[in-house]
Structure formats: structure tokens, C-alpha cells
Design a protein around this ligand. Structure first.
Ligand code: 13P
Ligand code: ZN
Length: 272
């Protein structure tokens, strides 16, 4: 059996998380990646009969039964992946019931997959219908894309059009445009369903005032899509007047919903 720490897919995850962290997109535990692996290749590194533990996912992924993914861990920092992949990453296989993840490697401190697993696996299912070669779903919080969310209408046609106007290559890189969701509570099945619905049509989905999702046949495609949107958004923010009034914002009601969803004890007197 080969050493999993030298597997090309682990190396790729180490490189891309470190790179994304250095872009400034993945503060703290921000961002998550899921990457579908070939069973025969994983079998060179792991005994596929050895399930370390099982973890319920809370949603149905019947179409992905038997599929294996390397996935970033919840609460884990992208900046730490390269130094400790076994704690910050995990390799999971969707069990026969379609609602359980079998842990084959990783999450060594007892952790689990990203809280955004619903959006990831539901998006994998949606993209595979469109492109059987899709392997990667990537979520991150790119700085200028988010800044732009505060001053530009969150409308798919208008946002796509503005970004296409910013760099010549944009329409070439993402001719299919960008799907846009309004601000929603993250980490839920609801946002997963909404994201997957958009993924039937788009490889890029903006989560209003939160971040972006990219899909692709490999890490380069997913990253390249997001990187191109971010470059165009940076140009937009630099080019447009800083006097622009903010058109959209995360509302106090949104913040209350979030606090409720996550069971937070917070300074309610800081809200209006
Ligand atoms: P996780 O730490 O659960 O991956 O969440 C990070 C994030 O970006 C939530 O949207
Ligand atoms: Zn996020």
C-alpha cells in the first residue's frame, strides 16, 4: 500500500488550500472543497474495506452511493491543511443508504466534513447530470467579489453582464454566466438545494453577501472560474466610485436568523 500523504490528490488539496489562503479568500475556517476520486486510485493508498467511522449527512445522496470524495473538514483553517492534512481533510465514501458518509481516512482529531456538505454533494449530483466529468466543487469568500455584492444588484443577468464588461476573457471563461442566490442561512440543506438548482445551469454560483461556488472537471477549472470572477470584481471595485451607496446588505433579520440557526449567544443590543 502506498503512503496516502504522497497521493497526488492529497498534494493537490494541500497546494490549492494554501494558495487560496494566500489570496486572502479563506479567513479562519472560511471556504471548503470537495473532490471526487477514482476508486481504483484510492485503493492504491487505502484499504477500502476499512471504515474508520460512519457519519450521518442528514440528506439523501443516493445518486452518489459508493462515490469517494476528499473533503475539507468543518471548522478547519485552509492555512493549516498543508502542515496537517490528516486532521484538516477527510476521505469519505457515500454508504449504501445514501445518507451516511463512511470515513476512510482523515479528520484525525474526531472532526467531520464541512458544514456545507449538502451544497457540495447536491451540486456534484446536479453537475454530473450536465457534465459526467465534473469532479470538483469549491466554495470560498473572495474579497472583491464580496465587496461588489454590497454595491451591485444581486441579479444574475446584471452581475454577469457587469463582470463580462470588466475583462475581455470573462465571457470566454464563463460564457454560461453566474447564478446568484440571495443571502441565506449557510450550512443548511435549504441552501444546498438552492445551490444545486442553480448548478443545473451554471458552473459558478454567488451566495449573496457570503461567497461563491465554482464547479469543474478538476481543481484548475473550479479555481480558474472563481479566480477570473474575482479579478473582474477587483477591477470593478477599483474602477467604480467609492461614493457608490451600498445597495445590498446583510439585514438584522438575516443576522437573527443566523443566530437562531447556529444557537448563538450574542449581543442582541448591538442590532437595531
Ligand atoms: P466549514 O468550516 O464548515 O467548512 O464552513 C466554512 C464556510 O465557509 C461556511 O460557508
Ligand atoms: Zn462560506
Amino acid at each position: 500500500m502506498k503512503n496516502i500523504l504522497n497521493a497526488p490528490f492529497v498534494e493537490e488539496m494541500k497546494r490549492i488550500t494554501a494558495n487560496m489562503y494566500r489570496q486572502g479568500w479563506d479567513e479562519r475556517n472560511g471556504g471548503n472543497i470537495s473532490y471526487m476520486l477514482e476508486e481504483e486510485i484510492v485503493a492504491e493508498y487505502l484499504d477500502l474495506n476499512n471504515v474508520i467511522r460512519t457519519i450521518p449527512t442528514g440528506f439523501d445522496a443516493t445518486k452518489l452511493i459508493g462515490k469517494i470524495f476528499i473533503v475539507t473538514g468543518t471548522g478547519k483553517y485552509f492555512k493549516n491543511v498543508e502542515h496537517d492534512p490528516e486532521t484538516n481533510l477527510g476521505i469519505i465514501r457515500i454508504a449504501k443508504d445514501g445518507t451516511t458518509a463512511e470515513l476512510l481516512w482523515g479528520y484525525a482529531d474526531g472532526g467531520k466534513f464541512t458544514s456545507e456538505l449538502p451544497a457540495h454533494l447536491m451540486s456534484h449530483m446536479a453537475r454530473l447530470e450536465v457534465n459526467p466529468n465534473n469532479r470538483v466543487i469549491m466554495h470560498t469568500h473572495p474579497t472583491y467579489t464580496l465587496a461588489m455584492n454590497h454595491v451591485h444588484e444581486l441579479d444574475e443577468k446584471k452581475l454577469t453582464h457587469t463582470l463580462w464588461e470588466m475583462c475581455t476573457e470573462c465571457i470566454v471563461v464563463f460564457p454560461d454566466g453566474i447564478g446568484v442566490l440571495p443571502w441565506m442561512v449557510c450550512g443548511t440543506n435549504e441552501i444546498g438545494i438552492a445551490t444545486a438548482e442553480k448548478m443545473k445551469e451554471f458552473r459558478l454560483v454567488v451566495w449573496g453577501l457570503h461567497g461563491i461556488y465554482g464547479a469543474g472537471k478538476d481543481i484548475d477549472e473550479a479555481f480558474g472560474l472563481i479566480e477570473t470572477v474575482e479579478k473582474a470584481a477587483q477591477l470593478y471595485m477599483l474602477a467604480c466610485s467609492v461614493q457608490n451607496p451600498r445597495m445590498n446588505t446583510i439585514t438584522d433579520d438575516n443576522l437573527r436568523d443566523l443566530a437562531k440557526a447556529f444557537g448563538l449567544t450574542y449581543r442582541t443590543d448591538f442590532l437595531d
